[in-house]
Design a protein. Structure first.
Length: 251
């Protein structure tokens, strides 16, 4: 069997010259980005700046118009790349939880590992129950999504992603659809996860979360990365006027 070329070393995500067009709309305008193994990257920026498109390119939910995406050493934009295999190691959590409504919480957790990874049902249930315990929802294993609050549903969505044992977790505004009183319980789960060393890319407006866990914050505007830096840099000394304006509006 042909061996895959390993690119990028300890960089688990590598984007090079990434462009995305939707018809005439130029949404990503040449993004270069490297995410290190274990890094927590928080992506901020105004609505419509391309944040979702950017992270969706990291698992090819969106196909870039040009440029290169390398995930865990494999160039997934290459011809005949093993996209399905790489996707197994990149989990995504969305603003809308997208749980399977006719499956119980535990079934939501065991479906992908058994169908896609070939894990046995028993094994997927054991690991699923352990993860549910971790997110504080073991007692809800046999409930259906409609019987849960929004915060609980999003914690199940995170648990479901974790039961695939991913190397990378992508979060696209995971708390934006939640009632205010439910935001913290989801952020707590994410903070707990961050302390475990998994690589995380998080699009969020939760600046408290960014301060607490981000190794690096990236500010996007109109399809470009305008500024990156540590949370300290961002919140005390942003360079660009547009960054300052954005922060003044959301803080
Ligand atoms: P953000 O997540 O920062 O709000 P998005 O990446 O969702 O930004 O969108 C960036 C731009 O691309 C927006 O103008 C949006 O309307 C457009 N866009 C996103 N997805 C599509 C699509 N599937 N088809 C056409 N336009 C899209
Ligand atoms: Mg978005």
């Amino acid at each position: 069997m042909r061996s895959l070329k390993i690119i990028g070393g300890h960089k688990v995500i590598l984007l090079e010259g990434l462009h995305k067009h939707f018809g005439h709309l130029h949404v990503l305008k040449g993004i270069d980005l490297q995410v290190k193994t274990g890094e927590k990257l928080v992506v901020i920026g105004p609505s419509g700046s391309g944040k979702s498109t950017l992270i969706r390119c990291m698992n090819l939910l969106e196909k870039p118009s040009s440029g290169k995406v390398v995930v865990d050493g494999v160039e997934i934009t290459a011809h005949k790349a093993p996209v399905a295999k790489v996707r197994q190691s990149v989990a995504m959590v969305f603003q809308q939880f997208n749980l399977y409504p006719h499956k119980t919480v535990l079934e939501n957790l065991t479906l992908a590992p058994t169908l896609i990874k070939g894990v046995s049902k028993e094994e997927a249930e054991v690991s699923g129950m352990a993860i549910l315990e971790r997110v504080g929802l073991k007692v809800k294993a046999n409930a259906y999504p409609s019987q849960l609050s929004g915060g609980q549903q999003q914690r199940v969505a995170i648990a479901r992603a974790l039961n695939m044992k991913p190397k990378i977790m992508l979060f696209d505004e995971p708390t934006s659809a939640l009632d205010p009183e439910m935001i913290q319980e989801v952020l707590d789960v994410m903070v707990d996860l961050a302390h475990e060393g998994i690589t995380m890319v998080v699009v969020t407006h939760e600046m408290g979360f960014a301060r607490q866990v981000a190794d690096r914050v990236l500010f996007m505007d109109e399809g470009e990365v305008l500024e990156t830096g540590t949370p300290e840099h961002f919140f005390t000394n942003p360079t660009h006027e547009r960054t300052k304006l954005f922060l003044s509006r959301i803080l």
